[in-house]
Design a protein around this ligand. Structure first.
Ligand code: RTP
Length: 155
């Protein structure tokens, strides 16, 4: 369970502070739930500056890093783990392009956001970052492995 490349692949998805403040929690969760992915972990938390820095450590040299850390730690986020076939790649398809101006309508950012600096959501960009991010934000016991009736009859 949770192994990338399997039907139970997992990805870390976060609703960023602007998504929470704009009242888009339910809308964003619905996109993933309606698509067929399974929610296996969920919590609201207010990231510290340190936690935001470690989350975005690979962007530390970017000119927008300081602003990004301030943005990500500016209020509570909704942290989630979603599971299913190709959850990482398809999750990013649901989010849309990083820059909402380039994100096509029908995607979360394409429908609900305008600015790259306020793009309302985050999704793991690959198998390694998914494993790393899930461990960074959730203790193992916070992730639930459970059957849905759906799992039994949708092929
Ligand atoms: P994310 O990790 O949040 O899902 O975004 P991503 O992989 O699609 O994009 P990445 O290049 O890793 O950038 C991470 C976040 O940094 C902010 N950003 N700001 N001001 C800018 O030019 C700029 N570029 C990126 C965005 O919030 C982006 O999601």
């Amino acid at each position: 369970t949770g192994v990338p490349g399997t039907d139970k692949e997992r990805t870390f998805i976060a609703i960023k502070p602007d998504g929470v403040q704009r009242g888009l929690i339910a809308a964003i969760i619905a996109r993933f739930e309606n698509k067929g992915f399974k929610l296996v972990a969920l919590k609201m938390l207010w990231p510290t500056k340190e936690k935001a820095e470690s989350h975005y450590a690979d962007l530390a040299t970017k000119p927008f890093f300081k602003g990004l850390v301030a943005y990500f730690s500016s209020g509570p986020i909704v942290a989630m783990v979603w599971e299913g076939k190709d959850a990482i790649k398809t999750g990013r398809v649901l989010l849309g392009a990083t820059n909402p101006a380039a994100a096509v309508p029908g995607t979360i950012r394409g429908d609900l956001a305008i600015s790259v600096g306020r793009n309302i959501c985050h999704g793991s960009d690959g198998p390694e970052s998914a494993v790393h991010e899930i461990a960074n934000w959730f203790a193992p016991e916070e992730v639930s492995d459970y059957p849905r009736s759906l799992d039994e009859w949708i092929v």
